[in-house]
Design a protein around this ligand. Structure first.
Ligand SMILES: Nc1ncnc2c1ncn2[C@@H]1O[C@H](COP(=O)(O)OP(=O)(O)OP(=O)(O)O)[C@@H](O)[C@H]1O
Length: 243
């Protein structure tokens, strides 16, 4: 069953300083099924953040429809930066977003599963960027949402910390299943994480290719991920610019 149906006919932005507009998204449609992990890959400036903002309900100035099956629950959103309030502790930052839905015990359990159990009362400036990103991940999973939007959440982490964060994300997703739409520029990351990858064109952006990841979760070692990328080079000529 679909948990999200997206059908955007057109999204325009004004050209800076001019009365004209330009079209950033045109005729872009896709579905996400319940608890599916979908990655969105596309060139810089093609409208990936704009698309997430539309799905999150932060931008309503577009022509089209977004149908979130569980419309009573807003999607949760992990932004490119952790967006933690510096004057609140880790626990307070999460409670601020989740009250009154999540129990203290369940927030603590989620933080412990991300190795943050010793930092419940730490302030964000006492944490590394990787730790702050894990707090924002915990906050998203403590919300009772059926859909999680993620905008390049691990982009500025070094490889070791990004790998740790990806592992933590997959563990949480198994514990608390939900549909995920994850934006990334990194095709290896997309192959590591996704059930399915959608590739977007340059603006006016639309879907130019869709790939199901046939590897099982345990098969997704760096070697297998590279081999899968090689296979895409020959099987999906449309996506060569991303390889
Ligand atoms: N509020 C706005 N007003 C005018 N133009 C905007 C606005 N927001 C975004 N844009 C433009 O729309 C286009 C798409 O921006 P968006 O941030 O969605 O791209 P993106 O694919 O997420 O980029 P990146 O991968 O670099 O993060 C860009 O040309 C950007 O300059």
């Amino acid at each position: 069953m679909s948990s999200l149906t997206v059908d955007i006919k057109k999204k325009n932005f004004p050209k800076s300083g001019l009365k004209e507009t330009f079209t950033v998204i045109e005729n872009l449609s896709f579905d996400i099924t319940n608890n599916e992990f979908v990655c969105l890959v596309g060139p810089s400036g093609c409208g990936k953040t704009t698309l997430l903002n539309i799905i999150a309900g932060l931008d309503s100035d577009y022509d089209g429809t977004i149908n979130n099956q569980s419309s009573k629950l807003r999607p949760s959103y992990v932004f490119q930066t952790p967006r933690l309030l510096p004057w609140r502790t880790v626990l307070e930052n999460i409670q601020l977003a989740t009250q009154p839905d999540a129990s203290l015990a369940s927030i603590i359990k989620t933080l412990q599963s991300l190795n943050l159990g010793d930092h419940l009362h730490s302030y964000p400036h006492h944490l590394s960027l990787g730790m702050q990103r894990r707090v924002s991940l915990a906050r998203a999973f403590c919300l009772p949402s059926n859909l999680l939007l993620m905008d390049e959440p691990f982009v500025s982490l070094d490889q070791a910390n990004a790998n740790k964060a990806r592992g933590a994300l997959l563990n949480l997703w198994h514990e608390k299943p939900r549909s995920i739409l994850f934006v990334t520029h990194d095709l290896s990351e997309a192959i590591t994480l996704a059930d399915r990858i959608l590739f977007l064109s340059a603006p006016p952006s639309h879907i130019i290719a869709e790939v199901n990841i046939s590897l099982t979760r345990t098969e997704r070692t760096p070697n297998q991920v590279n081999a899968f990328k090689e296979h895409l080079k020959t099987s999906q000529p449309n996506i060569r610019p991303f390889l």
